[in-house]
Design a protein around this ligand. Sequence first.
Ligand SMILES: [Zn+2]
Length: 112
Amino acid sequence: MTWAARDAGADPWSIACPRCGATLAGDQDWCMSCGAPARTVIAPTPRWRRPVVALAALALVALGGLAAAFVALTADDPTPARTLTRTTTLAPGVAPPPGVKTVTDPTTAPVP
Ligand SMILES: [Zn+2]
């Protein structure tokens, strides 16, 4: 800074914005044009990974529980046992094998 500039009334502590290049006054910590910190150093957050990992693990457990609950609530009933129906015509006078249900007149037989 020259004496001529100081005598002209220029701020000796003025600097240029590191982002946009606008002139900042000596007592100005933030750029009024772009909002960048001119004389302020923003410290990084220490140990930010642990909370993020913990939240991700918690979200994973919650999603697992949600999926298990969904599967438990939407499980279908077990499939019913199949009934095999076989039609065999026996000759008159032949006895059917034991355990076989006989229907003499299918049109009037009760529906099981
Ligand atoms: Zn700026």
